[in-house]
Write a protein of this length. Structure first.
Length: 138
């Protein structure tokens, strides 16, 4: 069995963003040489997310609005965690959107459904954060 590990680093200048990382994951799969297996992609920070969905601007806008309703940033005083910080909402948004995805590799390619793309979700940007890509298979 083969194993391949790679990290991506993001330096998002804004508080929140959704970044399509499908090409980077595809490149890692190609570099691994794995033809049949699995790829794990996970955010290595507690205020960031990795998820799968459609790459459509309207949907991304709707996520922003929905997440802000569920876990509003302001007023920051509403969260006990924000005593000395201001990112409690980012922790909650990450919990909702998820930490990781696992995708099958078939014939050396990501086995994604129609319209499916892999995204990095940033909820408290402005500093470097990492994403792990771990591939195993034959």
């Amino acid at each position: 069995m083969k194993s391949h590990r790679q990290e991506l680093t993001f330096r998002v200048p804004t508080r929140r963003a959704f970044i399509n990382i499908t090409p980077e994951v595809e490149q890692a799969v190609a570099a691994s040489g794995v033809q049949e297996g699995l790829v794990l992609v996970n955010a290595m920070h507690i205020t960031a997310s990795v998820f799968i969905n459609d790459d459509e601007n309207g949907l991304h806008h709707d996520y922003e609005v929905w997440l802000e309703k569920l876990a509003p940033h302001a007023p920051v005083e509403q969260y006990r965690h924000n005593r000395g910080e201001d990112n409690a909402d980012a922790h909650m948004k990450r919990q909702i959107m998820g930490r990781e995805v696992v995708v099958a590799i078939t014939g050396g390619r990501l086995d994604l459904g129609t319209w499916e793309q892999v995204f990095y979700g940033e909820f408290d940007g402005r500093r470097p954060k990492r994403v792990l890509i771990k591939i195993i298979g034959e």
